[in-house]
Design a binder for this molecule. Sequence first.
Ligand code: 9MR
Length: 501
Amino acid sequence: MTSDLRQRKKAARIALPTAVLLLIGSAVVVQSSAPAAAAETTLRAAAAKAGLFFGVAASPNRLYPIVGQEFSQLTPENDMKPDRIATSSGGLQNTSGADTLVNHAQSNNMLVRGHTLVWHSQAGALQGASQATLNTFIGNAINRWGSRIAYWDVVNEALEDNNTGRRRNQWPHTMNRDANGDGDFFDAGDTDVIRDSFIRAKQVVQAGGLTTKLCINDYDVDGLTVQGGTPNRKADALYDIVRNYRQYIDCVGFQAHFNDNPNSIITNDLQANIQRFADLGVEVHITELDIDDDLSNNDIGTGQAENYRKVVRACLNVAQCTGITVWGISDSESWRSSERGLLFTGGNGSYQKKAAYHAVLDELNKGRNPTAPPTTPPVTPTVPPTTPPVDPTTPPPPTTPPNPTTGCSATVSLDSWTGGFVATVRVTAGSAPISGWSVQLTLPSGASVTNTWNANRTGTSGTVRFSNVSYNGSVNAGQYTEFGFQGVGTATGLTPVCTAS
Ligand code: 9MR
């Protein structure tokens, strides 16, 4: 990041006791209609219950117990960057730190985000490399860890600072060519390092039968607007990239390094921006979250804890926002320690929870959409059930309506357009907790699935089966989790059948 992005105004801070902050937070809570469940006491458990991961950036020398206890996803903060692992010919070197992190994640049942393959900064021996060499590196890096990496940042920070909406003009973007001069790099004759890197990554994933999802990641792309209401052109440019290359891009990372730079503040339209990317059918992640503790010119919230709460809530309110990662454990061990932007104080394995931690945990425990009505509200009969209108074309209701006391049930809501659809499936546990689930449904002829989030999938057309991923299999009694899929064709009359394990 450039130094102008690090400019901070340091106003005097008013320390509020944690308990007061929590009281302020709880005063605005609208209770969910779902039965109250015991609050989870770790970030990873609370997030899992809400159907998302909660992760942390980590280094091999800081793999303290807290990493596996509080977090369900790990991003190597520096150990998978090209300057660490790439040779000038696109080979791999010095992978021991990355290996340690991947192994640690695996043994603690954490997802891994690979960070990062193509980046103008920290390029090391790849600085100035050709697309062919980048492609070699992309293949080597993806294949080394295979499906042990759930998400890879294929391209990082491709867009310029200062809200211009332009690509960077330093390598590797100097390889870009706008053949017809129309101002974009999306045309057939254009050369685009973003497109070509994603095409290569997708080839590698498909050739290896990997489950790894491919992401583009950037900062200052969080809101629809920046300070003062100006459109966020950097976010708009990212949106255009994802829309144009949707077939290769599975996920989008909003870094979310919030500070006092006018382009780096938290705006009220964060959720709407997450939603518009989600509507393209990609997963959205908050990938590098930290929030300056005296952010003074933000549009929403006043204190750090409240700002954390707002960011977590914006993600929770969009089903395809499937994970939040904080960029380090504690303030003193952070890249921006002077802004005290994280959830813990302390260091070297001994950490103390901040008000921001409690706010995040509390917000996660509320789950997704606590104030929204159910997407498929139950139909309330307007006539007494003892005198139902007789309709000879309608079969009689079952004499023993299904009312499972255990197991799970599933409902689906559809968002359709000409030629395509997005389905959101809600899996609800019966009166007993479940530790895993699968949902089977049959798509009409001509419809097929092109993308899935929050679930593993078998099949793309006809009868398709979905099952939980590592972080959303456990659902408490009466609670629900959601997954989604996008498809082509028309999907009507879907009847999901849920089986619990
Ligand atoms: O936190 C990282 C810091 O330790 C490194 O010195 C720096 C340079 O590699 O990168 C920091 O992480 C950056 C991330 O890789 C990309 N987005 C911005 C992050 C903070 O600068």
